[in-house]
Write a protein that binds this ligand. Structure first.
Ligand code: ZN
Length: 157
């Protein structure tokens, strides 16, 4: 068994779509980034890469590469799933937490789990997504950013 952790933060700005776990969420702000800035998917990518000791999202998909501009981050996730499989690992489970002051994410969690599970080619029971607020503290609490944490467990194929 091998475990890895992932962390990411993106700034909330106007004129961007809000995509979390591959799901577009109606909101007046969106996350800023070179890709679609899906902070949850990025944290999960890093957790899986970490568990396999394969570096991080920035080394695999540099934000200086024009190919990744505006890209659907689920493409990073499916790419990483293929990479760890190639290295002889199976994804056992992923757990994650999104920290956002608003909007309320609970209505979208089952759809996020389904998207993430489908992309990783695992059962939805192997993927968990939790959402919490920052109790109005700090930049996340002020609604200026969204943070995500993730942990992944891999086993040898
Ligand atoms: Zn990111």
């Amino acid at each position: 068994m091998r475990v890895g952790i992932g962390y990411d933060v993106h700034r909330l700005v106007s004129d961007r779509r809000l995509i979390l776990g591959g799901v577009e969420i109606p909101y007046h702000l969106g996350l800023l980034g070179h890709s679609d800035a899906d902070v949850l998917t990025h944290a999960i990518v890093d957790a899986i890469l970490g568990a396999a000791a394969l570096g991080d999202i920035g080394t695999h998909f540099p934000d200086t590469d024009d190919r990744y501009e505006g890209i659907d981050s689920l493409i990073f996730l499916s790419d990483v799933a293929a990479k760890v499989k190639q290295c002889g690992y199976r994804i056992e489970n992923v757990d994650s937490t999104v920290i956002a002051q608003s909007p309320k994410l609970v209505p979208y969690i089952s759809e996020m789990r389904a998207e993430l599970a489908k992309t990783l080619n695992v059962d939805v029971e192997q993927i968990n997504v939790k959402a919490t607020t920052a109790e109005e503290l700090g930049v996340v609490g002020e609604g200026k950013a969204i943070v995500a944490h993730a942990i992944a467990c891999l086993s040898r194929l």
